[in-house]
Write a protein that binds this ligand. Structure first.
Ligand SMILES: CC(=O)SCCNC(=O)CCNC(=O)[C@H](O)C(C)(C)COP(=O)(O)OP(=O)(O)OC[C@H]1O[C@@H](n2cnc3c(N)ncnc32)[C@H](O)[C@@H]1OP(=O)(O)O
Length: 150
């Protein structure tokens, strides 16, 4: 049974001019693509199977990420159904020199594990065996709950 911390993935992109909009900050479409890619990888790490995106919930763009900074995308699985896998996604702008971070974007997404015929297939149970995992799961359930009632 996979543990929450086994699904915790981070990926970074150095934001280049070709990622930007006319304001010199990262185009929202690029941020969404990066979120979806890391989210799918977290879901697949959990399920041990291919996973497809079924839903990206409300995406809040709180701060821009300027060209020259790093976009850091964090994803982990915090809840599961029979074949569905819920993933918390957060994006930070990170100063590549100091490592200083600020939250810019967040969302809660649903992926579905599929078999070779691309039909939904059962996923294993999620375990949470560390204090850090418990903290991350509680944060995600709380954030997801607030989002669905806002
Ligand atoms: C990483 C990528 O870029 S993938 C590319 C973008 N994504 C896609 O192309 C996916 C296209 N969609 C599909 O292939 C299908 O709709 C699927 C596989 C997501 C679902 O297939 P369906 O036959 O509708 O599945 P079914 O109704 O049996 O539901 C299966 C599970 O998906 C969940 N589900 C289906 N649609 C949604 C949705 N829109 N939002 C949330 N959950 C959903 C169901 O609740 C169910 O969960 P459970 O098994 O945990 O109870």
């Amino acid at each position: 049974m996979p543990d929450l911390m086994d699904t915790f993935l981070e990926n970074r992109w150095m934001v280049q001019p070709n990622h930007a909009n006319s304001l010199g900050t990262t185009h929202g479409g690029n941020v969404l693509k990066w979120m979806d890619e890391v989210g799918a990888m977290a879901a697949m790490r959990f399920a041990g199977r291919d996973c497809v995106t079924a839903r990206m919930d409300q995406v809040d763009f709180k701060q821009p990420i300027p060209v020259g900074e790093t976009a850091l995308v964090e994803a982990y699985v915090y809840e599961t159904g029979r074949s569905s896998v819920r993933v918390r996604l957060r994006v930070f702008r990170e100063d590549p020199r100091s490592g200083e971070r600020e939250l810019t974007t967040e969302s809660y997404s649903v992926y579905v594990a599929i078999d070779d015929d691309r039909d939904p297939v059962e996923v294993p149970a999620l375990t949470v065996e560390t204090e850090e995992g418990e903290r991350l799961r509680a944060e995600a359930l709380d954030g997801d709950n607030k989002e669905s009632t806002s």
